[in-house]
Design a binder for this molecule. Sequence first.
Ligand code: GLU
Length: 476
Amino acid sequence: MTATNEPSFRESVDLMFNRAASLMDLPPGLEEKIRVCNATYTVRFGVRLRGDIHTFTGYRSVHSEHMEPVKGGIRFALAVNQDEVEALAALMTYKCALVETPFGGSKGGLCIDPRQYEEHELEQITRRFAYELAKRDLINPSQNVPAPDMGTGEREMAWMADQYARMNTTDINARACVTGKPLNAGGIAGRVEATGRGIQYALREFFRHPEDVQKANLSGRLDGKRIVVQGLGNVGYHAAKFLSEEDGSRIVGIIEWDGALYNPDGIDVESVRQWIVKHGGVSDYPDATHSADGAAVLEAECDILIPAALEGVINLTNADRIKAPLIIEAANGPVTAGADEVLRKKGTVIIPDMYANAGGVTVSYFEWVKNLSHIRFGRMQRRQEEARHELIVSELERLDRYLGDAWSMSPDFKSKYLKGADELELVRSGLDDTMRIAYQSMREVWHNRDDVEDLRTAAYIVAVDRVAKSYRAKGL
Ligand code: GLU
């Protein structure tokens, strides 16, 4: 997919890092210390399945321990390799720094095609992998906290958390060893939708700044914007669903593994998702044109392109043909360093991965805090908040009676105002705040420094500066 003369994913991340570092005043040696990956553990283990022993290869890479625990997902995919997990672990370091989640960066992966296995087999494999990692503190509430990524979800996280708990029967914080767990196994409301929700909040924040919107040669709000999304997995699905249902954007293209759908009038995201669940892909979906060459739709006319699948999909082979003036990187590393340069020269605005898809780790942070505090968010204050609101409402009701026909409360004011925030509302509010503040810190560098042309470099500068400060404070 990537042109052969392009650097690997990890080299691509390093090149982007170097670009930003060259504009910073880092002490000699510290730049190198931040860039390199601290350690990558490779494990090969056997599992007896269907009468035979099958050997699996997995990785957990720790990029930076300037803060602990280190954090990052575990992906299950056949293409997983050391270079990839190291690139992804580095991105986690910068991502966590940018959105101020108090973690270092890590990432893991298992070379496996999960679709080839029955659920009970996957459980056996996942538990064994978790055992190998937990044994070396590569799963641990205070040292290394994995989460879902491509090919994994709530189910796998519940198995891993349970495996850790079985191995650490007296650890009162055992549940905080992994995030992205189901609600009934120590998870938090809103974690599944979090990355997609973060994309929505990131775009809303971008469109709050007319000068930024203008840099992408766009105008107005999200309403009516034409969007192409690549990958209708957890992230792409939620992002496309929220943007079309809540912000009035039009999803004109959806790219999946078996081709792409295109309809200039807009595609109903929920019905495509149901179609995929039933038929395994997008082929034959009735309300859009299907083309077998999915990648070509990346080059379609649209306002916003959301690559939400694999790394390296926008590379030197197609970058100059990408028409979208605004790209928001829902996947990690979808644009190679070479393509980034081509697009920058064309004036395409890219909202970079380390910011755009940080919603997942942000809500993971809330889940980890919830697990450590052993209490659901809102449990203490919700009813008290309602009781105080009740006081105001009863005063307003008195006023309403007194003023007669001259004034009355809006019909649904009382019920809306009386309701104290539940966990989901609090999580969304915390995520929205995080996405707004991180965007503002990035855009300040973008606008205030003449030598910074793009949001990605700005994001790296903010993140690397924070990591550097943390290393310096420790006396390194
Ligand atoms: N795998 C997600 C990411 O790449 C989430 C990581 C986490 O929640 O720790 O950001």
